[in-house]
Design a protein around this ligand. Structure first.
Ligand SMILES: Cc1ncc(COP(=O)(O)O)c(C=O)c1O
Length: 417
């Protein structure tokens, strides 16, 4: 007899289903499909040069053998911890100690530890949930628990800010009873939207947890200063119960699974225990590589002077084509641009669901991600907005962006008319 957990884990999440469909479609028709579904970062020669340079340095250093040949602490590869401490001090004037930092094998593992440590059944027989103050938010949090019904969220609050533009606002009035909450998770900047929670909104979340020790996990996969894709003036605050977390996968190491969790040392200790049990430690080779690139500021320089500008050029182009080709007489709204990588478009009163729109666009050779699955912890059947949005990844060739937006424009015109 196989366990209940197995049953939960084998149930294909909606996003795994759609990814299977995308892979199949690409297999059959890759030559004439524009794939705007993926979230791969843009490819830059500067990145290639950066990682080649630091790999060569590492291979020729006396440290190399020490790095790869011994088991060591499950928590620390010391040079990376020291590089991170210096980095956080220089960037945020924040003095971290070793106890404040943990390196995990990617975001999935950290969120798996966090959700199963701070939510679910508590020792005093209560049931605590994962509160997502934003809906939609990143889909990756979805498949991390071993039981059902762990998310709570609040209905989205899209506010129109210009003729074809809107922004999600945090709706503090709908926050759940704090007694039901075990952990808060949010991405800032937010994937899938173009939203970045403001400093005031973040403060509202801190105030909400003020008299509790509920951890707030801030997922900064696209944040400052690496990979630095943010275009608003957001501040990073190390509030008492926060874990700030960052990745190197958007600076070109998506397969290497290096994820940094930093701040509240008690929470870090909890995560560390999970990490030791499940992984022993994260890859030391890749930690050493990142330490090398971080220590001499190469990574930061590239993020600041190259990546940010190149993404900006991309979304300027996307904006231009949206303005030029999308029909003016239908109610489409792109999310206000506050950071780069995806375009998130809302079609108000769309006459088909986003899944159906996915099918229609697929037939015309454009793949995107229908985004209802990323509205988690709400009753999607009652909230039409959750089936009216789509996300396009902007990391395809410029010509493809133009072609795809023209096709999108045609298809939605047909749907509305
Ligand atoms: C908000 C967010 N968090 C985490 C991840 C995954 O990061 P990593 O691959 O470094 O674990 C992604 C995307 O791929 C993301 O969009």
């Amino acid at each position: 007899m196989i366990s209940k957990i197995w049953k939960k884990m084998t149930k294909l999440s909606w996003v795994r289903k759609i990814m299977n469909d995308i892979i199949l479609t690409l297999k059959e028709n890759s030559w004439n499909i524009i794939n705007m579904s993926a979230w791969n970062p843009l490819v830059f020669i500067e990145h290639e040069q950066l990682w080649k340079k630091h790999t060569k340095l590492l291979l020729s250093s006396d440290e190399f053998v020490n790095i790869i040949w011994r088991y060591w602490s499950s928590k620390w590869y010391n040079p990376l911890i020291q590089a991170l401490k210096k980095y956080f001090k220089d960037e945020f004037s924040y003095i971290a100690e070793n106890e404040n930092i943990l390196i995990t094998t990617g975001s999935q593992s950290m969120f798996f530890y966090a959700i199963n440590a701070f939510a679910w059944k508590t020792q005093d027989s209560n049931f605590k949930k994962v509160f997502l103050p934003q809906s939609p938010d990143y889909t990756g949090y979805n498949s991390m628990w071993l039981d059902e019904n762990m998310f709570i969220s609040i209905p989205p609050k899209p506010v129109k800010v210009a003729k074809h533009s809107y922004k999600y606002k945090l709706d503090i009035t709908n926050f759940p009873d704090i007694k039901d909450v075990g952990i808060i998770i949010l991405s800032r900047p937010c994937n899938p939207t173009w939203n970045v929670l403001t400093d005031e909104e973040m403060q509202q979340i801190y105030d909400y947890t003020e008299w509790t020790d509920i951890p707030i996990f801030i997922d900064s996969a696209y944040g400052t200063p690496i990979p630095n894709l943010v275009y608003t003036d957001m501040k990073t605050k190390f509030y008492k119960n926060t874990i700030y977390s960052m990745s190197f996968s958007k600076a070109w190491l998506p397969w290497e699974r290096i994820w940094v969790a930093i701040w509240n040392s008690k929470i870090i200790k909890v995560l560390e225990n999970f990490h030791a049990n499940l992984s022993i430690m994260s890859s030391r080779f890749w930690q050493a590589l990142v330490a090398s690139a971080l220590s001499n500021w190469d990574l930061k320089e590239i993020s600041k002077n190259i990546i940010k500008q190149k993404y900006k050029a991309k979304f300027d182009l996307v904006n231009k084509y949206l303005e030029k080709y999308m029909p003016d007489n239908i109610s489409w709204y792109k999310h206000k641009v506050e950071w780069a990588m995806f375009v998130f478009i809302w079609f108000e009163n769309l006459l088909v669901t986003d899944d159906e729109l996915y099918g229609l666009l697929k037939k015309r050779g454009v793949l995107f991600v229908p985004w209802n699955t990323f509205f988690n912890g709400i009753d999607k059947n009652k909230i039409k907005h959750s089936k009216e949005c789509l996300r396009l990844s902007i990391t395809v060739w410029d010509e493809e962006i133009k072609k795809a937006i023209k096709i999108l424009s045609k298809v939605v015109s047909e749907v509305y008319n």
